[in-house]
Design a binder for this molecule. Structure first.
Ligand code: SF4
Length: 416
């Protein structure tokens, strides 16, 4: 463990980690890009993970599946490629609605041996122009679960045409309802044209180039940022649109890039801000003074802790993040409470020791830790739920607070 002293103090840890792999991202990405299909190339474990993560959703025509590649030696690779071609051929024959197919790599050794990039090129040649075949890795080696989205969006970049148009690109999967609200607000502010990555239809991929100004809706998209910058796009630094303050700062930053005066933007956003604050007030009252401890999991921990501390009065004791992207979080870090411990990486046993010593009112963690901690009498919140629920924007600020109030209320009732 190396305590770092720069502008923000960070405890850096390397040890055993408790996280889900990037395949999990398929659960929200398949809902977002409505004509895409995600074919995991993996083992029975991968199939099981994706099925159970998406377990609540039963579709007649699902948009994800697993091609199970069994134990094979290198000599069996030709067969594996043939088998993959067969599976994809059968799938696309049956499903004319699929316009984009992602081959999603995983970490079993027999899958790592397969060159999915070449497989995607080969299959694209066979099935284009009807279907584009792309690939990315959702492997659990050195990733945390939100990196699946980062890898997926970065894989879309080569498909985006070159453009010189001055456009705002909002990057990161958002619930459709939030995207619609943001579109309306940008139109009112006179900011645009606005495009979204990922798009709802694969045919609506935005162009990218030196005129593109992009703003992140999610903090875990470091590879996508690099890929966009390589194409000449410029990032607009902003806090993340979580809570009233974050959303206001986010719109202000985008509007400033379009030359709008802050006071005009504030006037235009005033009704949304007032409504959101009114809805948030009773939830904040229930959370004020309660302590919270974040295990590193979703990479949303820093903006969430900022929101909870500044808008609900909760007291973050430890804010764990799997990776600390200082540049992407430059507008967030100064807003964190000075007395909270910021930790990067994980050594889960040490962190559990700190948690047990602190006994916070609420612990935000992955599914694997939640049940044992509940059994120890600690109230927990599954961080993965924050990716499935619409939490961005003004109208969702109260709902976001409610996601933290509910487990506290459940624990209170259990205690009573
Ligand atoms: S990709 Fe790796 S970590 Fe993820 S489910 Fe498959 S085997 Fe497990």
């Amino acid at each position: 463990m190396t305590p770092e002293t720069r502008e923000v103090q960070v405890l850096r840890e390397r040890g055993q980690r408790e996280v889900f792999c990037g395949l999990t991202g398929i659960v929200w990405l398949h809902r977002k890009i409505q004509d895409a299909f995600f074919l995991v190339v993996g083992s029975r474990t991968c199939a099981h993970l994706v099925q159970s993560a998406a377990g609540v959703m039963i579709f007649a025509e699902p948009r994800f599946a697993t091609a199970i590649i069994d134990e094979r030696d290198l000599a069996g690779l030709a067969d594996a490629n043939e088998e993959l071609d067969r599976v994809v051929g059968r799938l696309l024959e049956r499903r004319s609605d699929i316009k984009m197919l992602f081959l999603v790599g995983s970490c079993p050794s027999e899958v790592i041996k397969l060159d999915l990039g070449r497989a995607a090129q080969r299959l694209s040649r066979i099935h284009s122009p009807r279907v584009r075949v792309l690939n990315y890795s959702g492997s659990g080696i050195e990733t945390t679960f939100t990196q699946g989205e980062d890898a997926c969006l970065a894989a879309l970049l080569p498909e985006m045409s070159a453009s010189d148009a001055k456009e705002l690109l909002v990057v990161g999967a958002l619930a459709d309802v939030v995207e619609d609200q943001f579109r309306r607000l940008f139109a009112r502010l006179g900011v645009g044209p606005v495009r979204f990555l990922p798009p709802r239809q694969s045919g609506e991929l935005p162009g990218v180039g030196p005129g593109t100004r992009f703003i992140l809706a999610q903090p875990f998209l470091a590879d996508t940022v690099v890929a966009l910058e390589r194409r000449g796009a410029t990032r607009i630094a902003a806090p993340f649109p979580l809570g009233v303050e974050g959303t206001t700062g986010w719109f202000q930053a985008a509007a400033a890039a379009w030359g709008k005066a802050p006071e005009d933007v504030a006037r235009e956003l005033a009704p949304e801000i007032a409504r959101a604050k009114t809805a948030l007030a009773p939830k904040a009252a229930a959370l004020a003074g309660k302590t919270i401890f974040f295990f590193p999991d979703s990479q949303l921990e820093i903006p969430l802790a900022r929101f909870l501390a500044r808008e609900t009065g909760m007291r973050p004791l430890e804010i764990g993040t799997p990776y600390l992207h200082r540049a992407l979080l430059s507008e967030e870090l100064p807003l964190l409470p000075a007395d909270a411990l910021l930790s990067e990486g994980q050594d889960v046993e040490r962190q559990l020791d700190r948690l047990r010593a602190a006994r916070p009112d609420l612990t935000v963690c992955g599914l694997g830790l939640a049940n044992p901690l509940e059994a120890e009498g600690l109230a927990t919140k599954w961080s993965i739920e924050l990716l499935f629920a619409p939490i961005h924007g003004f109208d969702q600020a109260a709902d976001l607070a409610e996601l933290f109030r509910r487990p506290l209320e459940r624990r209170r009732r259990l205690a009573a």
